[in-house]
Design a protein around this ligand. Structure first.
Ligand SMILES: [Zn+2]
Length: 107
């Protein structure tokens, strides 16, 4: 039996290193989606629509959904500072969302 620590995700052959329980890939997924098994999930379009219409994030919105809503509000002409206030993020975060939306194909 190996004493080498494997990633906590079943079937993942990678070793996290140090005292970590997840490899870097799964750690990133955990951080991004709150779930190490989750790759890019399709965002909840309704939640995004509601957030855009109400100018307010819904409770439990995932980061990708907040980002999508932020980008949509940008397209509606809201200033970054206003979007940052709505989602309670730093204006720099809004600028990052915008630049990501230009380089990535939106879901
Ligand atoms: Zn892993």
């Amino acid at each position: 039996m190996s004493t080498e620590t494997r990633c906590a995700v079943p079937g993942c052959p990678r070793t996290p290193g140090g005292r970590r329980t997840l490899c870097s890939t799964h750690r990133t997924r955990q951080w991004r989606h709150g779930d190490p098994h989750q790759k890019a999930t399709p965002p909840d379009a309704l939640a995004i629509d509601m957030a855009v219409a109400n100018r307010s994030p819904l409770p439990g919105m995932r980061p990708a959904e907040r980002r999508a809503a932020g980008v949509r509000l940008t397209e509606l002409g809201l200033p970054a500072n206003e979007i940052a206030r709505i989602f309670q993020v730093d204006p720099r975060t809004v600028h990052r969302w915008r630049s990501q939306s230009r380089t990535r194909v939106a879901a």
